[in-house]
Unconditional design. Sequence first.
Lengths: 289, 298
Amino acid sequence: MTTTRSATGAPSASPALGGGLARTLRLGGLRIAYEVRAYFRQGDTVFFTFLFPVVMLTIFSVSFSEASFGQTADGEDITAAWFFLPAMLAAGVLLSGLQNLAIDIAAEKSNGTLKRLAGSPLPIVSYFIGKIGQSLVTGILQAAVLLLLGFTVFQVPLPEDPANWGNFLWIFLFGVITSAILGIALSSVPRSGASATAVVIPITLVLQFISGVYLRFSDLPDWLQTFASVFPLKWMAQGMRSVFLPDELVVLEQNEAWDLPGIAIALAIWLVAGLILTRLTFRWIRKDQ
Amino acid sequence: MTTSENVVEVRELRKTYGEMVAVDGVSFDLHRGETFALLGPNGAGKSTTIEILEGYRDRTSGDVRVLGADPQKGGLDWKARLGIVLQSTGEVGAVTVREQLAHFAALYPNPRDVDEVIAAVGLEQKAGSLIRKLSGGQRRRVDVAVGIIGRPELLFLDEPTTGFDPEARRSFWALVRQLQSEGTTILLTTHYLDEAAQLGDRAGVIAGGRLIDIAPIGQLGGADARIPIVRWREAREVREQRTDAPGAFVASLIDRLGPEPEALEVIRPSLEDVYLDLVGREHVDDLAQPETATEAAR
């Protein structure tokens, strides 16, 4: 091997890293590209995280194609696809953020990836930016696939009011970021990469059942609705319904309101909780094990 | 306490896990530009020591300086000056050899050229392959490549050539010599004594958590350990004589026993012989200890 800068390239001549925040952000950007590329090469995550809501939307739309989920003011039937599109968008946010990262990072902990990174000059924040960015990029693509499928194949009418799309945007972004942070926090629970799926999937699955993703939220008993309101998915699903379902269906919601401020507050609380937990529990490596 | 001469300074390093003492009062220095081989059997405390220097483990007591800093408090600037090849390869996500090296190169202020490093570890043909599809030995070479991509001042090589075929080991040695000629300080652990002899300037032998010898490779075990041994059979008994003048001694044997003494050998102890002798002695001590302990308990 020849060194191009051998005259000055004596190893002792390494300059300081410098750059601080700029370097952290630049490396965060590189991490996003690196993470997204690796994500789409993993067959199992692509299926269980990325395509899962798409598959579920298809199954629900086809299975319940004869059923009506209510009517609009104009007497138009609300189809299964229409009814479940917002639910699957919310599920996608949870899967792309929480499920994906909790399993991914637990695996990286046990397979030595984090140990390797711990020995490199990668700022921990750049690593987090990479993970959250991966969740955002894959979540956006997932939402695009869901919307496209709903609109073209199942003819779901999409909202025309820009205000609805504005709400979609903030609920989606806020939801993915909160889910991603919670996923990072949750990743310290599984003791090994192999057990991560067994720890994480039951949590996300139960949340999806009690938060109005697979079952109609208004059909759940009041106490269960109240219990589900503790967790963020209920609020994300409610927010997505507020965007995509006709306003008349607001009567099915708790307190007969979409309660957008409540959604923002619930997500904010979980975001802060996730940040605190991450700060307390995340380590590159568990020293002395 | 660090002088410009010493890249690593370790004083009375101790590491205990509950009752278990993994490292027990180890002291040594690494001079700038030298290659120091840490030798010892499995479980002797080599990896614990090296991981304390790398900042992966906290010491129980003692004093450690690596590139002038305490590894327990080493920041990013400090890490940028290190290269680490861990003992276990671990798994790497779905990235190619070139992607992985380009990514790690971006983390360092003055990295080596990615293609040059790929060539240096002999993976030109595999540059575009996913790392998880490589063989064990090839993945190990990726580890080495990642370890040197940042042009480290101090390189840790923890059993770097495990799983290499002899040819790959030879070319790895050539790579290390290249790094040495550029002034890299290297801390190497290995089970291959020929590797330590080929690459090391000095070596320390660690057994039972203690450093039982430290010397230039050619002087390990003391001068006595290298005195040639003459071995022959006489009266149905194998006899040995250590002597600095084996030729003269053999001549005296011939005078005494006739022109062809039975089973005559002249042995010059290799590093491996010296090492096994050192570790063997320690091992016997270790075996003796529990007995004493049991007896004390009675």
